[in-house]
Design a protein around this ligand. Sequence first.
Ligand SMILES: *Cc1c(COP(=O)(O)O)cnc(C)c1O
Length: 366
Amino acid sequence: MTHPFLDLAPLSAARFASIEDRVARLLSTEQDVVIMQGEALLPLEGAIRAAAGPGTTALNVVTGPYGQTFGDWLRDCGATVVDLAVPFHTAVTAAQVRQAFAEHPEIDFVSLVHAEAATGNTNPVAEIGAAVREQGALFYLDAVASVAAEPVLPDAWGVDLCVIGAQKAMGGPAGVSAVSVSERAWARMAANPRAPRRSYLSLLDWKERWVDGGRTALPHAPAQLEMLALEACVERIETAGLDTVTARHRCAAAATRAGALALGGGLEPYVHAAAEAAPVATTLRAPAGVTASELVADALAADPALPLAAGGGALAKEMIRVNHYGADATRASVEACLAALGGALARKGASVDVGAARLAAAEAWR
Ligand SMILES: *Cc1c(COP(=O)(O)O)cnc(C)c1O
């Protein structure tokens, strides 16, 4: 008997290349798209190690935990790092980025996270991209949490290295990821003697052995199940329409925000301005005197399948995350999360109105 996950025919180079082409179309990019055989941290780290070195001065924008990680990698590569940290309840502005360029004209690399699922904010990449182009710096973007939740347009925005993963709004697998690479980025890597080579992290290996060879022979056996899952999830997005999928995420975020405010009990959006709140996930601030992780645990006790989580690390005390992405970008899922949080708050003695929350969510969805 054949098994659905086993006994598969080998994935051909042509099929692999066609999946890359479909990912490129999803990003409206003419750049080379390389699908990496690992979770998104692989191209995120590989791109930094390839493009940055001791001669690099990097502006590292920190709007959440991933920005902190990128700063560590950049320093590890020998780059001089200028950190631009903004509070997690807000977004960075193009004016702040321009100010950093004015103070450090030698900046030649910018790392930015588009949307942070972990903190619930999203940054204005189009405006920042214009500033980065004026500076002439290489622009590295983590779009893992934004792709399929909001527009991601590396070519239009001048992004040189744009990393995506399928496990958030794309509703796909976590085991493979992709990066689009501009000509400028390839040139920067080729000129960097410390760029990884003959290494799992190496983007240049993929360029030389795959892209430059016309994508006719795969350098290694691909992660076949994940590649098939990635193809299926891109196909599902193509069928529904990318605009429809991003609209569902935008509606889910608006509904969660409005619903949480209408719920009462002291729950508040964690990101102050709605325009800076990420469509992929909504973060909420727990009411004074309530520990977010306890509230979430109580809400999940009734329905463990809900896409609720507490913030990571120190944020676990105050931050609630509603991960309304992928299959959970639905009205039903948002309303179930609001009802579960309402129930948990009521058990803490708070006065909440779940009916009003549902109504506000339904209205905001439209
Ligand atoms: C989710 C996410 C990733 C991928 O990392 P995981 O630890 O696998 O979730 C990378 N960057 C950002 C901004 C993310 O939100």
